[in-house]
Design a protein around this ligand. Sequence first.
Ligand code: 5AD
Ligand code: SF4
Length: 499
Amino acid sequence: MLNCEVGMGKTFDIGLERLMGGSEFSIGSAINTIHRGRLKNEGSATFAGARAAASELDAIRGASRGTFFLETFGCQMNDHDSEKVAGVLLSRGYTQVESPESASLILYNTCSIREKAAQKVFSRLGEFGLTQNEGRIIGVLGCVAQQEGEEIFKRAPWVSLVCGSASYSKLPGLLAQVEAGNHRVTGLDTETDETFETEITRRDNPWRAYLTIIEGCDKACSYCVVPYTRGPERSRASDSILREVRQLAELGYSEVQLLGQTVNSYRDPTPRKMRFAELLLAVADAVGIRRVRFTTSHPSDFTQDIVDAIDSQPKLCNHVHLPAQSGSTRVLRAMQRTYSREEYLEKIQIIRGAKRAISITTDIIVGFPGEKDEDLAETLSLLDAVKYDNMFSFKYSPRPHTPSLAMSDLISEEEKSRRLALLQEKQREIQTARHLTMVGETFELLVSGKSRRENQWSGHTSCHRVINFSSQEQALLGKYVHVRVTGATPNSLVGEQAL
Ligand code: 5AD
Ligand code: SF4
């Protein structure tokens, strides 16, 4: 399961900037064109890689159709889906704009993992009542689209397109219908074995490329709406993944992040039948790739060969995001997580047995129906036992179409908040101690942000920590530098470039 919300702090870079109100660091963006086996890049002011000649991009673009604004909520998977949706629109002749007011087509790529996230899109849609949307086409994509379906037309009759992520491969046809003036266009089928691959992807980060290798989810966690909204698991062919990785490397991307709700459940649909660990090694073999990440791992499918691969190949980043959700076997059973506390801890032992230290991060839900004080105590003791490098914690939020909706013994909001505060306080202590041990250590960072403040930069380590650092050097974006940690708080690390 991918992370969508705020963790303990910004020390870890798991793609949270957007939800945290934007980072003070800025990066460029890039358009990657995968066309008849080639891939080019355009659009980044700071990116040193290849750029498609404008004429080449024009050749695959259709006639000019207007402007689009695309806002994304939720996890990295949504971020990357939006990069591909933007690619589809650019190839149809649309131009991307930064505000809904200047767009002829407004799209919201939505998240419904928790109630709060799902509400956001309706407040956005409310801003475009019947009067304000004069001449504009408005579409709702992603998980809320799938969850609410045609209900969205009733709540917001000014919406013309409702499309879930499992139907994105049909997007060009659906857009053609909307452009032809159809006001009720839907793509809501989840019974598909297709993955969403595009000729053009408009990537938001010019150094790190997201790559979805498995879509949907075949697990059935009782609190989770994702299997409903994203449909069954579909793995992308290994040869197609590896081709894209090589093309990305040629363009100058040095870090790739393989994505999936349960990324390590990857099952190669080709006769090659590559195992996930083999795929990791093959991706790392691409010339020019310096770092490979993957998220999110499901504990039940986490195997020794993944750690062996990390040990044997330094390009595989030393970070595993392994959501526990709870430390109590009783609650884990009710959550249908398919493992017990002990089995989860066995997976942690596999990771701790690695030759190089691997960061471990987690997701925890508090206040699941029926959770008792002793269950919470088990979760707190799990934090002590694992000593996570970071934690993303959530109050249980009842979701439509999920088995837990029917469960009794609900926990009040007030009590959930109390439990969340206890959990976060425990993690804060653990992180404070951990960070203090890092002062004086030197890490290699990929520099991905420049502050407005002079000589201040930020980048992330292989173990996925963000470090803000000072350097007298110029033009560091996209480069790898060594940084010595000089200071730490529970939620941040600062340093200076080690020369
Ligand atoms: N309520 C609260 N948290 C949830 N998550 C998933 N579904 C829910 C829910 N209904 C959390 C899980 C998951 C993370 C991305 O979101 O911890 O790993
Ligand atoms: Fe993750 Fe479970 Fe949801 Fe699948 S059902 S996305 S494994 S939390």
